[in-house]
Design a protein around this ligand. Structure first.
Ligand code: NAP
Length: 309
């Protein structure tokens, strides 16, 4: 619960970047609290298998890794509170965080709010979510056992989702607006080899066909303009992420896509405020780069507090 207590650091968001900042801050003796709205892990917790985080040679599921990170930070004294942040005043001294569980105060704030799935923006998309439209193959894939699904996108998420779904669904149709994937090479061969996977290149989804639930999609060939109806039971939209920074407008410098401007130091445009993980401007959004940010942010906050603010 909130109160008049002033923390040395409040971390907003309990993903890998957030809990690493808390771990390093707690170990440096800072009075640290993590505010998380649901459960630890952020987007990572929705990932079935993380194969590229060093130290887990057989891979690890994101939920388990998130719990481990939380427990590790808590072992050194970091606290966790399940609260939805509703408003922040990051210029105030101390900084003010109004949440569903009361108001919290801190000398430094680490923003680790991550990024959520981007939407296609088609009519009916929101209403059909959970009724055929999905954004997470690891979470919802099993619902489509032996059925037909369409995956949209050409990046690592779409490639990973299409591969995962090819092991569950009867048929997978990967729809991409270009003629090549931007996904890393490691995905290309297994995708080409999956016998139940079909590619629809240079195509976009222009309409969701449905009754109460999704029944298909209309595709448009970007070269010829030809439209086709593709019956399917599920549509997995894997077209990237948008940063969770609605609340930051007017307080912090953002880039044109809404990411918080911060360099390798994780310092934002406001003193004592740091941005880590997927929410900040950076070339590679991975668990390993998020945790690196977390460590850096704690170090920067420690220096800032030592200056006697
Ligand atoms: P991404 O790399 O930004 O790729 C998004 C894909 O969706 C692109 O192919 C893009 O097309 C397409 N797209 C975007 N908006 C679209 C729209 N409105 N309609 C149709 N297609 C659209 O996003 P991501 O694949 O979600 O990956 C996000 C980050 O997570 C990346 O840094 C990625 O490396 C990382 N990630 C890594 C792994 C892994 O390493 N195993 C797994 C998942 C995610 P264009 O190509 O035309 O731009």
């Amino acid at each position: 619960m909130g109160g008049s207590h002033i923390y040395d650091m409040i971390v907003v968001g309990g993903g890998p970047g957030g809990y690493t900042a808390a771990l390093y801050a707690a170990r440096a003796g800072l009075d640290t609290l993590v505010l998380e709205k649901l459960s630890a892990g952020g987007q990572m917790a929705l990932t079935e298998a993380i194969e590229n985080y060093p130290g887990f040679e057989d891979g690890i599921d994101g939920f388990t890794l998130a719990e481990k990170m939380q427990r590790q930070a808590e072992r050194f004294g970091a606290g966790s509170e399940y609260a939805q942040v509703e408003r922040m005043d990051l210029s105030a001294s101390p900084k003010v965080l109004e949440t569903s569980e009361g108001t919290f105060y801190a000398r430094t704030v680490v923003l680790a709010t991550g990024a959520g799935p981007r939407q296609l923006g088609l009519p009916g998309e929101a209403a059909l979510t959970g009724r055929g439209v999905a954004y997470c193959a690891a979470c919802d894939g099993m619902r489509y056992k032996d059925r037909t699904v369409v995956v949209v996108g050409g990046g690592n998420s779409a490639a990973a989702d299409a591969l995962l779904l090819s092991r569950i669904a009867g048929k997978v149709i990967l729809v991409h607006r270009r003629d090549t994937l931007r996904a890393t090479k490691v995905y290309h061969a297994p995708l080409m080899q999956a016998e139940n996977l079909e590619f629809r290149w240079n195509s976009t989804v222009t309409e969701l066909l449905h009754g109460d639930a999704l029944t298909g999609v209309r595709l448009k060939d970007r070269n010829t303009g030809a439209e086709t109806e593709v019956p399917c039971d599920g549509l997995f939209i894997s077209i990237g992420r948008t940063p969770a920074t609605e609340w930051a407008a007017g307080q912090l410098e953002l880039d044109q896509n809404g990411y918080i401007r911060a360099d390798e130091t994780t310092k934002t445009s406001l003193p004592g405020v740091y941005a880590v993980g997927d929410v900040r401007t950076k070339p590679l959004r991975q668990v390993v780069t998020a945790v690196a940010d977390g460590a850096t942010a704690a170090h920067m906050a420690e220096e800032y507090l030592a200056e006697g603010v």
